[in-house]
Design a protein around this ligand. Sequence first.
Ligand code: G3P
Length: 221
Amino acid sequence: MQLYIDTANIEEIRSAAAMGVLDGVTTNPSLIAKEGVDFIDRMNEICDIVSGPVSAEVVATEHDAMIEEAMPLTEIAPNIVIKLPSTVDGLKACRTLSDQNIRTNLTLCFQPLQALLVAKAGAFLVSPFLGRLDDLGQDGMELIQQIRTIYDNYGYDTKILAASIRHPLHLVQCAMIGADVATVPFKVIQQMMNHPLTDRGLEQFLADWASRNAPATAGAH
Ligand code: G3P
């Protein structure tokens, strides 16, 4: 499973990239707004750090305006992926961009038929939002399973990018179902290598090693 970071924060991106396991980045208008920075400048900065796919989202809601907004974004770097909403206009824009070999990420996917249609329109990525479905008392993971089955049934190349990940258990379940990619907040990436027994075991190993090498105490036989 590929691992993307879901943030527009440069320090978080640098830290995750330094772990050596980061495959890409997703941003959205809310994440950019939270940073209070210029959108294009920030996308350039991110692409200087990460060579894998970096999603940049349009805010236009109508096909022609989406394309107009997308084209300058594609100039930022070759690894920019255009993020579009899973609406009818987003679907049309996906087809237009796919026909020009421009990669797209169809976001805000909440039901399997949206995923079916965006795959038919040539999307590079589809982003089902797990956590936001869970928030409504629906099973977000069931959506990932449904999309996996549909894509496997018909051999669609679109990659399933599990989004709105809230905790490590989401990632375990996504990996078992076979999501192609997960985009993960920095806090959850940090949790992925954590276990209290690892810390306790390491502490014990180091303490035992230190005592083994300790110089013999005065008077010892
Ligand atoms: O980037 C899209 C998605 O991951 C948002 O997650 O936590 O705002 O539902 P969240």
